[in-house]
Design a protein around this ligand. Structure first.
Ligand code: ADP
Ligand code: MG
Length: 273
């Protein structure tokens, strides 16, 4: 149909732009073990500016750990993670940074993170969940922080809930606040760890729509672990399939999802479909 042809053309144009785009996240040789168990094994992943990557894989395959390493919430054993040209997490002398230094560094370099369980500050309003960190972590003035927070609440369709506490918001609304909070300081990369899997099915779409609009805006790279295969096929430029801490398959989203090359990917897609 015309619409499908138009979207194929848009897809091809996006792919051409991304092929020329600089790398914003470079993961190389990343390895991590927990008590002798290998969780990430010599993993390499490059993400281009503005690229949308869907991270698929069975439970326990290492998706959360990978995202937590990229966002420097977690340490790793070997390998490098470079975000926006900067190798994070180490002092000039080569030793690891303290957690407090890491938090500041993370803010400076610009990795946003959205969690499955929203992780909003329970005692703060929707507005303050966004404006607060802009003041405390990023040093914005109160006025500028509030203005930015209101702008982002409007963007996720929650201007009318600015003063509500998280417990008075639905799960979908809470996750939209969490997304607004994560993008407020203007990160180059937004990592989302199963952003809809804690939601009632009826609330999934409102969150997917917000993510879709971020993806279409461009400029911001998104790495999303998800079990929403239709969403991945629709919105992701690339699918990366993880199993046992390794990338088993990676490629253009529609190709991997419709014609997986690796038996493990095919099995997973069969089970999920
Ligand atoms: P996924 O997000 O794909 O489900 P995870 O990254 O959460 O996978 O987990 C990968 C593996 O690491 C699993 O085997 C899990 O049990 C293990 N793991 C994750 N976090 C910890 C932890 N804090 N301590 C010990 N093992 C962990
Ligand atoms: Mg996980």
């Amino acid at each position: 149909t015309g619409a499908a042809a138009a979207s194929d053309a848009a897809r091809a144009e996006r792919a051409a732009v991304l092929a020329e785009a600089p790398t914003v996240v470079r993961v190389s040789g990343l390895s991590k073990t927990y008590g002798g168990q290998t969780v990430l094994a010599d993993l390499a992943l490059d993400v281009a500016v503005g690229e949308v990557v869907a991270l698929l894989g069975p439970s326990g395959s290492g998706k959360s750990t990978l995202l937590r390493c990229i966002s420097h919430l977690e340490d790793w054993d070997a390998g490098h993670i470079v975000v926006d040209g900067q190798r994070l997490g180490y002092q000039a002398g080569g030793e690891r940074m303290s957690p407090a230094d890491l938090a500041r560094e993370r803010a400076r370099v610009g990795v946003g993170m959205v969690f499955q369980q929203f992780n909003l500050f329970a005692h703060l309003s929707a507005l303050e969940n966004i404006a607060g960190p802009l003041r405390w972590v990023h040093g914005w003035t109160a006025e500028r922080a509030e203005q930015r927070a209101r702008e982002l609440l409007a963007r996720v369709g929650l201007s009318h809930r600015a003063d509500a506490l998280p417990r008075h918001l639905s799960g979908g609304q809470q996750q939209r606040v969490a997304i607004a909070r994560a993008i407020a300081p203007g990160p180059r990369v937004l990592l989302m760890d199963e952003p809809t899997s804690a939601l009632d099915p009826a609330l999934v779409n409102e969150v997917l729509e917000v993510i879709r609009s971020l993806a279409q805006d461009g400029g911001l790279a998104l790495v999303i672990s998800t079990h929403q295969l239709h969403f991945a096929a629709d919105v992701a430029d690339r699918v990366v399939f993880l199993a046992g801490g390794r990338i088993v398959e990676s490629g253009p989203a529609r190709e991997v999802l419709t014609r997986p090359q690796h038996p493990q990917t095919a099995r997973f897609l069969n089970v999920m479909a």
